[in-house]
Design a protein around this ligand. Sequence first.
Ligand SMILES: [Zn+2]
Length: 158
Amino acid sequence: MGYLDKDSTEGISYCLACGDIIEYGQGRRDRKFCSPGCKNRYHNKRKAQSWERYQQKIQKTLDNNHKILSKLLQIGLTSIDLVSLGRLGYNFNYVTSYHKAGRRSLYSCYDITYEATPSRICHLESHWDSGTGMETEEGAVSESEAPKPLSFAVSGDP
Ligand SMILES: [Zn+2]
């Protein structure tokens, strides 16, 4: 509008949600929204955005962990001490699954599984089959069963 020259715009506020000029009328002078609806919309959006950021942060951490484990496998390592792993930037707080099998603590980061002892991780193994895009073993690790390698009790049989 023509009458809004530079000086007269001072003191005018715009709704943070829709950008409309806030009509003060008898209301408070420090309002940030033109209506309660706009206020709700704004805060809901903010909440959704911060949840998204939170998810992205976890995703990024897991991806970085996976990259580190993949590199180790690429150079033929299936075991590494926790200090070295931490130095590589591994974040121990994020895994995609964990379960105990007897005394063993078994973790996975997506397709890569490993066993963790108090000082190192070992039995690093990838279960990704790029040919099918599916895990090579039956589904993911289940709650009750360890993903232990198949072993055959053939010794006792005649
Ligand atoms: Zn508004």
